[in-house]
Design a protein around this ligand. Structure first.
Ligand SMILES: Cc1cc2nc3c(=O)[nH]c(=O)nc-3n(C[C@H](O)[C@H](O)[C@H](O)COP(=O)(O)O)c2cc1C
Length: 358
């Protein structure tokens, strides 16, 4: 357990923001499985929010059962960032989070996301403007720096603390790394060692053992997990169980099947039809990783022209698995390399492009 000002994060496992995936439906599903102390929304454009055309509503909306919930905003204009933060507070969110790590060109070109790591005077103006306009806790999510010649996480930490930021999450890669190589947990440990505010460590946690190792090796207050949860939504609960009892219960194929049907059905019920098919294909792609015959199922789901065709493929696959020996065998999560591993720049750009325009 740790606290971000008066917000209790218990257990200390946090669902990371993953644009195109961790919308309210997904966050509620993960939260419902247990073990998750905090969820963070996908990044919301402060340009979109302050132009008042309602085009970021699908990103900033959240359910009561998600609490505590942080809404993440991005941008480069201090006044718009502050105005958006005040809107987030008025919506009743528990925390405002500032995106200082997004590497995608569309965001960086506008001066936001990880670009702010190269302009600390601007970042300071943003921190101060936002801090002045909200009373709820303020957090920031950063990468370790822009590139390996300009790693400045400690400077950003100091600035954040001086400006009244209440907690910091750090992904142990630079902007230029995108998702290549391994996350550097050494820099996470350094930041934690110097911090007066709580620090959440992030990057390459794909198993409960990884989470335990990150806590042990870096001393962070919380572990933030993104891609690993997309293909194994039980991962956060398993991290909690591993921490409390040393054991993490595996789920059966049947539990996975029931989760997929219920979750993907909920997406169709809540997301507008033109977006829903693409959304369930993407989520189904991750959730089918490691399933027997998963790649064939992914091919069928991908080829579906309607949601009805999609669900027919899914149900057919599970019926075949049942006939072939039952669904009650334990499901072994896919190897880390299969779990979304290291999406390349194009995939991340696509995820941002794939969202409704802001
Ligand atoms: C497709 C994709 C979308 C992402 N969207 C966001 C985002 O909206 N905001 C953010 O701060 N980080 C975003 N991230 C970064 C993740 O939150 C996280 O920092 C990164 O994936 C490393 O953690 P992991 O190894 O647990 O996945 C995104 C990552 C991916 C792969």
């Amino acid at each position: 357990m740790f606290k971000i000002k008066d917000v209790i994060v218990d257990p200390p496992f946090v669902l990371a923001p993953v644009a195109g995936h961790t919308d309210s439906v997904f966050r509620r599903a993960v939260k419902g499985l247990g073990g998750c102390g905090l969820v963070v929304s996908e990044l919301a454009s402060t340009e979109g929010m302050t132009r008042g055309q309602g085009r970021t509503d699908h990103i900033t909306r959240f359910g009561e059962e998600e609490r505590p919930v942080a809404i993440q905003i991005f941008g480069a204009d201090p006044a718009r960032m502050a105005e958006s933060a005040a809107m987030v507070e008025a919506m009743g969110a528990d925390i405002v989070d500032i995106n200082c790590g997004c590497p995608v060109k569309k965001v960086v070109r506008q001066g936001g996301g990880s670009r702010l790591l190269r302009d600390l005077p601007l970042l300071e103006r943003i921190f101060r403007a936002v801090r002045d306009d909200i009373r709820i806790p303020l957090t920031v999510k950063i990468r370790s720096g822009w590139d390996h010649d300009s790693i400045n996480a400690l400077e950003v930490l100091r600035l954040a603390e001086d400006c009244g930021v209440d907690a910091l999450a750090i992904h142990g890669r630079t902007r230029s790394d995108f998702f290549s190589g391994r996350a550097d947990w050494g820099v996470i440990a350094e930041v934690k060692a110097r911090a007066r505010i709580p620090v959440m460590g992030n990057g390459d946690v794909f198993t409960p053992g990884d989470a335990a190792r990150m806590l042990r090796e870096t001393g962070v207050d919380g572990v933030m997990i993104g891609r690993g949860v997309l293909s194994n939504p039980w991962l956060i609960r398993q991290c909690r169980d591993h921490m409390t009892s040393g054991e993490a219960k595996t789920v059966s194929l049947r539990e996975r099947m029931e989760f997929m049907s219920a979750f993907l059905g909920r997406v169709c019920a809540e997301v507008p039809p033109p977006v829903a098919l693409g959304r369930i294909k993407k989520a189904g792609g991750y959730l089918s990783k490691g399933l027997p015959g998963g790649s064939r199922l992914r091919g069928e789901m991908h080829a579906a022209r309607t949601t009805a065709e999609f669900f027919a493929a899914l149900e057919g696959h599970f019926a075949a698995l049942e006939a072939a020996g039952g669904l009650d065998q334990p499901f072994t999560p896919p190897a880390p390399a299969e779990q979304g591993g290291h999406p390349d720049a194009d995939e991340v750009e696509d995820d941002h492009r794939g969202r409704p325009p802001e």
